[in-house]
Design a protein around this ligand. Structure first.
Ligand code: G3P
Ligand code: MG
Length: 246
């Protein structure tokens, strides 16, 4: 599948600085703010439905409790994932991966899909995501990323037609071997303005794009771009786009 690469600015968890993260509202806002791609975190319900949610548990971002993997889709669908952010978003529902794909196709948004499994569920979560992606006739431009090397290995096997990105806080000493094992096209690294240009050059020489999260100020983005980073993930895409950094 011919893929477009990620742009310089990706909306992190949607435009999550101004709308509840990983929701339809945050994705719509990202598009309205001019973002071309979003990043979302994808976990799975107890009955195998991939859903957008960052944390293993439901406590911080919903009015429910427990682990995402412990609740069925019918139970997750009852939860409010907007009120914690603002009463303006009261009643916002947990989005399924299918909801997200439909919306991104209609808004012409690319997706950095981060596989975010509950601990121990790396393989089944990846398999359920693969099943959704295989069922669809068309897909947006996408990259699949994960902190879980096991999930990326599985994605390389089951969803080989979507490019992969290795995701780290800091690139480990064996980054080259790990990225090669999953045929990654990118490294996604935590925002660290101490990341040296020579290191970024080394990643580039290995054929990898270099993207940083989570970059929420113009100054940090400018430093990273000056060092050669290819793109940043931001909760405030409009801030960076309006500053002409896209
Ligand atoms: O995918 C980049 C970034 O989202 C990874 O960290 O915790 O925000 O999912 P986190
Ligand atoms: Mg993420």
């Amino acid at each position: 599948m011919k893929q477009k690469s990620m742009p310089r600015i990706t909306a992190h968890r949607g435009a999550s600085g101004n709308a509840p993260e990983n929701t339809i509202a945050a994705i719509e806002l990202a598009a309205a703010e001019g973002a071309e791609w979003i990043e979302v975190d994808v976990n799975v319900s107890s009955d195998g439905i991939p859903v957008l949610h960052h944390d293993d548990d439901l406590d911080r971002c919903t009015d429910g409790q427990g682990l995402v993997i412990e609740l069925s889709m019918a139970e997750l669908a009852q939860l409010d994932t907007g009120s914690w952010f603002s009463k303006r978003y009261r009643g916002e529902r947990i989005a399924t991966l299918d909801d997200c794909l439909n919306l991104c196709e209609s808004l012409n948004l690319g997706i950095n899909l981060e596989i975010k499994p509950c601990s121990g569920w790396e393989i089944p979560t990846t398999d359920q995501i693969a099943a959704v992606l295989h069922r669809r006739h068309t897909l947006p431009n996408m990259v699949i990323s994960s902190f879980s090397h096991a999930a990326l290995l599985r994605a390389a096997e089951k969803i080989e037609f979507i490019p992969r990105a290795s995701l780290f806080l800091v690139a480990p000493p064996d980054w080259q071997q790990l990225t090669e094992e999953v045929s990654a096209i990118n490294l996604h690294l935590q925002d660290n303005t101490l990341l040296e240009k020579s290191t970024i050059d080394e990643f580039h020489r290995a054929g990898l794009g270099v993207y940083c999260y989570t970059v929420n100020t113009i100054e940090d983005a400018q430093v990273l771009f000056a060092q050669g980073v290819d793109g940043v993930f931001s909760n405030y895409p409009k801030l960076l786009i309006d500053a002409g950094l896209d």
